[in-house]
Ligand binder design. Structure first.
Ligand code: SF4
Length: 385
């Protein structure tokens, strides 16, 4: 019998300083705190490895936070423990998230020796005023230095994160960001729109903008909806022109470089979160680690909020996560997972979405049309039973 597969996510909850829009579980911390965390993380990896002896690891994603804030040796220790405690496939995709200004040639070389084969760099914008407004720790020039080092060390699978709809951003400045990034020829680009989260410094300014919008005035903080729509169209057009395939709503890749870790997540494959606040989904059971650092450092990395997903939730997730990908979902995968044709559950919804030109059924697959992608939030909501 072949081994079951499992993806690993390893959370590093530390950053140099907090960005103004960020609500991720991350904070600045001193050297001792970071070291103590890593000590406990190694314990957790060891412990969890014993719980999943029948699984083979297909991808490892070290995310954060800013994992590259750690000493390279700490990352190497984490991966070494992963290899020791789990059975990692030789062709596993192993990614680390990095921020410009935290990398050196030596650090990147250690990553490479430790088995990391994919680097994801958070750039967000190539406009230094926009970066400052976001509270990022780096300039565009510092990003370029980091990118150059990444290539010099020999990484050939690199993602760059960028963001649209930023404060002060115009269609022109966004286009410059797109063109600068394309000129670097990364294998993968993630292009998300800024989401304003409650509790972040950006939230108050956003509320003031909302009042202006309600009165029909132009927002002062964020670009208007028309500008945001223009940015969205620019992204699609320019990336397609440069040979990037849009394989998910916000993700673009050169042929063969789609992120396997994220695809696994959208396909609802098993994933196990390690580290503070990480989430897991294994055999249709969801659970989380504690978000309290003191508890975590006391060794409380047991599974919290265990939720066994019923068939209805599984079907909903299957559809709305799967439809995020441009090739959508396979009807036979639905049938294999749930023992009945997708039409038995979603016949009426599908007929309506197809008639409205938002969904297409072709060659055994169901996927969003270009227009469906443009209004994906609306379409996904139709698949809630
Ligand atoms: S670097 Fe990333 S995780 Fe850290 S504060 Fe900024 S956005 Fe949040």
């Amino acid at each position: 019998m072949s081994a079951k597969s499992l993806e690993l996510y390893v959370h590093i909850p530390f950053c140099v300083k907090k960005c103004a829009y960020c609500d991720f579980l991350s904070a600045s911390a001193d050297e001792n705190t970071r070291q103590e965390y890593i000590r406990n993380l190694l314990e957790e990896i060891k412990e969890k490895g014993k719980q999943y002896p029948d699984y083979e690891i297909t991808t490892v994603f070290i995310g954060g936070g800013t994992p590259s804030i750690l000493k390279a040796g700490q990352i190497a220790d984490v991966l070494e423990e992963v290899y020791r405690s789990f059975s990692v496939r030789p062709d596993a995709e192993i990614t680390i998230e990095c921020n410009p200004g935290t990398l050196s040639f030596e650090k990147l070389s250690i990553y490479k020796t430790a088995g990391i084969n994919r680097i994801s760099v958070g750039l967000q914008s190539t406009d230094n005023d926009e970066l400052r407004e976001l509270g990022r720790i780096h300039t565009y020039e510092e990003f370029l230095q980091s990118y150059d080092l990444i290539r010099k060390v020999g990484f050939s699978n690199v993602n760059i994160d960028i963001m649209a709809a930023l404060p002060g951003q115009t269609a022109l400045s966004y286009e410059k960001t797109l063109r600068h990034v394309l000129s670097l020829r990364p294998e993968h680009i993630s292009a998300y729109s800024l989401i304003i989260e409650e509790g972040t410094p950006f939230f108050e300014k956003y509320e003031a903008d909302e009042l202006l919008r309600e009165k029909g005035d132009k927002p002062l903080f964020l670009p208007s909806e028309e500008t945001e729509r223009e940015m969205y169209e620019q992204t699609k057009e320019l990336f397609a022109e440069h040979g990037y395939e849009r394989y998910e709503i916000s993700n673009y890749a050169k042929n063969g470089y789609a992120c396997r870790h994220n695809i696994g997540y959208w396909r609802r494959e098993n994933y196990l979160g390690l580290g503070l606040g990480s989430s897991s989904l294994v055999e249709n059971v969801r659970f989380h680690n504690t978000t309290n650092l003191l508890d975590y450092n006391r060794g409380m990395f047991g599974q919290q909020d265990m939720e066994v997903l019923d068939k209805k939730s599984q079907m909903e997730e299957f559809m709305f996560l799967g439809l995020r990908m441009t090739n959508g979902v396979a009807r036979k995968d639905f049938e294999t997972a749930f023992g009945l044709p997708v039409e038995n559950v979603y016949g009426t919804v599908l007929d309506k979405q197809v008639a409205d030109g938002l969904v297409k059924k072709e060659a055994g697959r169901i996927f969003l049309t270009e227009r469906g992608m443009d209004v994906s939030n609306y379409v996904m909501a139709q698949f809630l039973i």
